[in-house]
Design a protein around this ligand. Structure first.
Ligand code: CTP
Ligand code: MG
Length: 225
């Protein structure tokens, strides 16, 4: 199996959460949100973890050292946007075969999904974990519906987003000189700068992203806490 590095993102402002404590450090049964994703990667076939945080010493003391995550080899500073945080991590990797990029705000990721992703990287060098949408999704402008894409073509994109290291590193290197509006995931970077379209790998509806306050209660339920 190829050497696999997981980048776990835990920087950012969490504006939509509107909480005093950063969402990555809000507690679910006494443990910070970030703990759960790190535990899943620690328990998986991942070889090494890089955490990205806006407060490196806080993260080290209160999460990485506190819970003894041995696979965490580095904690790097976050950037202004998600893609900046990802790049900060990618530039610290000296060598790897595979990279899994995961939102630290997705605590319900399972070890099984991570291991399945690592296996799939032996056959495919760009894919993202995702689920088909359940709701009808409409494109709306100024509170007016513009059109309704066929639901059968719509997927909700989650993480991990999984790539061969050389491919995603090259895409992010090239991105640096380009305009970056509206880039919200890693697959978009590949689309934009390389014209490469990643695949989807069926994930779980439980792999939610903690974004707004009610998500904490839902995650707690899925984690059986
Ligand atoms: N993230 C990051 N660096 C940033 C922005 C986001 O590492 N500059 C990470 C977050 O920690 C999260 C993931 O990217 O795990 C998904 O981002 P999102 O849920 O949008 O987090 P925020 O940008 O912090 O929240 P909001 O958009 O509500 O401000
Ligand atoms: Mg955001």
């Amino acid at each position: 199996m190829g050497y696999t590095v997981a980048v776990v993102l835990a920087a950012g402002k969490g504006k939509r959460m509107q909480s005093d404590v950063a969402k990555q450090y809000m507690l679910i049964s006494d443990k910070p949100v970030l703990y759960y994703a790190l535990q899943a990667f620690e328990d998986s076939d991942t070889d090494e973890i890089i955490v990205v945080s806006d407060d490196v010493s806080y993260c080290k003391e209160n999460v990485v050292d506190k819970y003894g995550f041995r696979k965490v080899k580095e904690i790097v500073a976050g950037g202004n946007e998600r893609y900046d945080s990802v790049y900060n991590a990618l530039t610290t990797i000296r060598d790897a075969d595979y990279v899994l990029i995961h939102d630290g705000a997705r605590p319900c990721i399972s070890k099984e999904t991570i291991n399945q992703s690592i296996k799939k990287l032996e056959q495919e060098d760009a894919f993202v974990v995702a689920v088909p949408v359940k709701d009808t999704i409409k494109v709306v402008k100024d509170e007016k519906i513009e059109h309704t894409p066929n639901r059968e073509t719509l997927w909700s994109i989650q993480t991990p987003q999984c790539f061969s290291y050389s491919l995603i590193k090259e895409a992010y290197d090239r991105l640096q000189g380009l305009p970056k509006e509206h880039i919200t995931d890693d697959a978009m970077v590949l689309e934009k700068v390389m014209g490469i379209h990643a695949s989807v790998m069926m994930g779980s509806y439980q792999n939610i992203k903690i974004t707004t306050p009610e998500d904490i209660s839902i995650a707690k339920l899925f984690l059986n806490m």
